[in-house]
Design a protein around this ligand. Structure first.
Ligand code: ASP
Ligand code: MG
Length: 426
């Protein structure tokens, strides 16, 4: 069997859903698990509902109406007015209404998962109904019946043993009948509460199914021809990389390449399952293959992560920033779930680059400021260049102020700031 993942852009409107069905016609009769994300920007729209509800702005209903209208617009194009899918979608939206009727008493993260996950339920119901209509027999699967997690809402951890058992028990028999289609991003606790795996988590879901069911391969269908040497929205002259090792893919995504979720690779690597990144626009293109280590000569690969901050942490009493102080700092970073993107230390100071999460960072600073003096620089970029060539590095430095720079084997990382336009005198 194989696993396919279709992200939000691939199902963003009626035409996109038809395109997915067209692609899948080529695989009719094969054993496929299909993982689908919420349509287009639905997850962001769902986050707006959660925020309005939680902060009691009075706008939650209006935000829900936007989500409803967007999905009905797709339904109207794809189905006859009397199709039962209209009721199915309506019943799913009612689940949000039920939540909105109560006062927000539970934690933000819990509420988030119960509401935001509905985006994936809506999209999978619609796509599954459409595939069946297009004579592609498809079983809709509730991912919560397979993916068992703990109750770390918004960053749920997989309970692998139970998930493997569930997958084989629930999915395998359905694959005899045709495709099995399920939600990305979503899991469930043993108490039947819904959890989510973190933004962009659908790739990870596909990898979980691949691992549990020993897939022959996994394919992620995207709006780019494959993995590129840099983000085409930022750089000119980007090229497709035909073949990447798991190691290379994990390094790229860890430092912010948005092309696949960083957690995706490990389950695949552990079972040596090849992964393809392919284009849903040009489905016959070769795409990019990610597989076990082979000798590959990589071109320079550039990853730019925005919204970075730099914290300079120094001891108040002039003690060295050595093992004991560092362990205090790292414990605080872990406590506030902040990921270190880059770091450097001197005798009495430690600089760390983090993605800006204002609340968590404020809490971190508060925890540490008794023992440490902390300054913060904002609006920075972290540029990672793997397999760098010096002319590429030099070009990237133009008009930038370099605040931190490190060479690690054939990778260079720098934290930079745009240089303000300086007016010349004379
Ligand atoms: N729909 C979720 C998100 O937008 C998960 C995903 O698309 O992978 O973050
Ligand atoms: Mg997405």
């Amino acid at each position: 069997m194989r696993v396919f993942k279709f992200g939000g852009a691939s199902v963003k409107d009626a035409e996109a859903v038809r395109n997915v069905a067209n692609i899948l016609q080529n695989y009719k009769g094969e054993q496929l698990v299909i993982v689908v994300s919420a349509m287009g920007k639905t997850t962001n729209a769902m986050e707006r509902i959660v925020n309005a509800y939680y902060k009691k702005t009075g706008e939650a209903q209006a935000r829900l109406e936007e989500v409803r209208q967007a999905h009905y617009a797709v339904l109207k194009e794809l189905f006859e007015a009397n199709d039962p899918i209209f009721d199915t979608v309506n019943d799913t939206l009612v689940e949000i209404e039920w939540v909105l009727e109560e006062e927000p008493e539970e934690s933000y993260d819990y509420i988030y998962d119960q509401i935001v996950s509905i985006g994936e339920f809506l999209s999978t119901q619609i796509v599954s109904a459409y595939l069946n209509k297009a004579e592609l027999p498809t079983t809709w699967l509730d991912a919560r019946d397979v993916i068992l997690t703990d109750n770390t809402y918004r960053a749920a951890k997989i309970q692998w043993d139970a998930t493997i058992k569930n997958a084989n028990r629930v999915v395998t028999p359905s694959l005899e009948k045709g495709f099995v289609l399920t939600q990305g991003f979503v899991g469930g606790t043993s108490e039947n509460f819904t959890t989510t795996l973190g933004r962009e988590g659908s790739d990870f879901t596909a990898a979980i199914f691949s691992y549990c069911l020993d897939a022959e391969s996994m394919s992620v269908w995207k709006d780019v021809p494959g993995i590129l040497t840099a983000n085409p929205r930022i750089f000119k002259n980007v090229t497709k990389i035909d073949h990447l090792s798991y190691r290379e893919a994990i390094e790229m995504t860890y430092y912010g390449a948005k092309v696949i979720h960083p957690k995706t690779i490990k389950p695949l690597q552990n079972k040596n399952i090849p992964m393809y990144v392919k284009s849903f626009v040009e489905p016959n293109g070769e795409g990019t293959l990610i597989s076990g280590d082979t000798e590959i000569n990589y071109p320079p690969i550039i990853v730019v992560e925005k919204e970075q901050i730099l914290l300079h942490i120094s001891t108040r009493n002039f003690s060295f920033v050595a093992e004991d102080n560092l362990s205090v700092i790292f414990a605080a970073l872990a406590k506030h779930q902040l990921k270190v993107n880059m770091m450097q230390n001197t005798a009495i100071s430690f600089s760390v680059c983090l993605t800006n999460r204002p609340e968590r960072i404020a809490a971190l600073i508060e925890d540490l400021s008794e023992d440490f003096k902390i300054t913060k620089e904002e609006n920075l970029e972290l540029i990672t260049i793997r397999h760098y060539k010096s002319e590429v590095v030099e070009r990237l430095k133009v008009n930038k102020l370099i605040l931190l720079e490190a060479y690690i084997r054939d990778m260079i990382q720098m934290v930079v700031k745009d240089v303000p336009e300086v007016e010349r005198i004379g």
